[in-house]
Design a protein around this ligand. Structure first.
Ligand SMILES: Nc1nc2c(ncn2[C@@H]2O[C@H](COP(=O)(O)OP(=O)(O)OP(=O)(O)O)[C@@H](O)[C@H]2O)c(=O)[nH]1
Ligand SMILES: [Mg+2]
Length: 439
């Protein structure tokens, strides 16, 4: 996971709030201190940290919880919202046109050119790669290899020293493409020679996106670099690479956010697939352990259990749905990892009834028990009194205590879901609305 330390710190800080018997001024002050400590340790600028935590504190003290939301959920929601705006707004890269990559030596431009090509190709677009790095001897081979690996057309001129010439020819030869990605040469520093060259490549290509590639390990220096490139070239966004290998990622990310250049992608490893579009909401919710609803839904889609996932997340389900969900969720892999990816669960202790590992055998019995119920009983388990329990146990060949156990597990999971979701207006309800096609 990217930004492990920051994530851990924020989770621990929020965990304290969710465990606190009462959320009062001292709880909030403690939370603010914890967040400050965590972000400062993660190389985030002191002034920014202070501003952020002041905002959180003020809102947490002033704003009354909305209906259906506990004070605790309210505070967690405020922290979440402020963190999201802290790392900047969402800004998507264009899906058509030319992308010019720039950045200093070793920042990850060529690797990123490959990652971008793969990213767009996966979207079904026609992609082409042009190597305009006429500076570093092996640049041509490096990009060519990546292009072959991904299976996209590549253009370069081995040994050619004039990058403008390569680009002009490349644009003619690469053919009709939805996306053309242009790799450029790095320098030690943003010197005039480099600026001239990249400006020239920019005007020849009439690039739609000028993306600055910045390695996360430069930390807060990201701000200065992105401002310099902004002045020189008018960049349209930033790609932060190597977020996997540094404790300074928090600094780099937030520094970009305030430089005015939106972070559009992040690189999280050397491999081509270690790359994603930067989505502040998704990023923060994963970071602080709200899980990643989107990836839950993707997983759910793959296993055909989407409906079940939706129902369980919304906290509204009948007894038979409950069982279907358990069954469907089993197909999705260990239940725990699925539940972990539901917002709120990262921070909550699950009742042991949810521990499916111990219940493989139980599932079968529960199935028989539910099959022995009337339709009404399945819809309103409240109806099920002792005589009914006796009847159901007999009919399913189980014991009365087993029937009671199922009913209890059902009730408890409903309670947990209610707590987590807080209804439509709750933390989860809110978060879920952000995801298209949900609910
Ligand atoms: N861990 C990690 N390594 C990365 C990432 N992106 C790139 N790298 C590595 O960083 C090194 C430099 O990457 P390049 O893509 O060659 O960098 P460049 O900006 O093209 O370098 P020049 O062309 O010399 O300016 C390589 O070893 C890459 O494997 C990333 O997201 N995570
Ligand atoms: Mg390169």
């Amino acid at each position: 996971m990217v930004l492990d330390k920051i994530g851990e710190g924020l989770r621990a800080a929020l965990d304290k709030v969710t465990r606190a018997g009462l959320v009062d001024r001292s709880t909030i002050e403690g939370l603010v201190k914890d967040i400050q400590r965590t972000l400062l340790a993660g190389d985030v600028d002191v002034k920014l940290v202070f501003e952020l935590t002041q905002k959180i504190k003020k809102r947490a003290l002033d704003e009354k919880p909305k209906a259906g939301m506990t004070a605790r959920e309210q505070v967690v929601r405020i922290v979440y919202e402020e963190l999201v705006s802290f790392v900047g707004g969402k800004s998507e890269a264009k899906l058509r046109g030319k992308i010019l990559l720039c950045g200093l030596f070793g920042s990850g431009k060529t690797t990123t050119a490959g990652k971008l090509a793969r990213f767009y190709r996966k979207k079904g677009l026609k992609v082409g790669l042009i190597c305009c790095d006429a500076f570093r001897p092996a640049a041509y081979e490096q990009l060519q290899t990546l292009a072959e690996q991904i299976g996209v057309p590549f253009f370069g001129i081995r040994g050619e020293k004039d990058s403008a010439k390569i680009l002009k020819e490349g644009m003619k030869k690469i053919g009709e493409r939805d996306i053309i990605i242009i790799d450029s040469s790095g320098r030690d520093a943003l010197d005039s020679g480099m600026i001239e060259e990249i400006k020239n490549l920019n005007s020849i290509s009439a690039a739609d996106e000028r993306l600055l590639v910045l390695p996360a390990d430069i930390g807060q220096a990201a701000r200065e670099q992105s401002e310099e490139f902004q002045k020189a070239l008018g960049i349209t966004g930033v790609i932060i690479t190597k977020l996997d290998g540094t404790a300074k990622g928090g600094g780099a990310l937030t520094a970009c956010a305030i430089s005015g250049a939106p972070v559009k992608f992040i690189g999280t490893g050397e491999k081509l697939e270690a790359f994603e579009q930067f989505d502040p909401e998704r990023f923060i919710s994963r970071l602080v352990g709200f899980g990643d609803l989107q990836s839950l839904l993707e997983k759910a889609k793959e296993s055909g259990a989407e409906e079940s996932a939706k129902a369980i997340v919304s906290g509204k389900f009948t007894l038979s749905e409950f069982f279907e969900q358990l069954e469907a969720m089993q197909k999705m892999g260990p239940l725990k990892s699925v539940l972990d990816s539901i917002p709120g669960f990262g921070m909550m202790k699950m009742p042991k009834e949810f521990d499916l590992g111990k219940q493989e055998g139980k599932m079968k019995k529960w199935k028989y028990i539910i099959q022995s119920m009337t339709k009404k009983e399945k819809e309103s388990p409240d109806l099920i009194d002792s005589p009914r329990i006796r009847r159901i146990a007999k009919g399913s060949g189980t014991s009365e205590s087993e029937v009671r156990e199922l009913l209890k597990a059902f009730e408890q999971s409903k309670k947990v879901m209610k707590m987590v979701s807080g209804g439509k207006r709750g933390l989860m309800g809110k978060m879920m609305k952000r995801f298209k096609g949900f609910g």
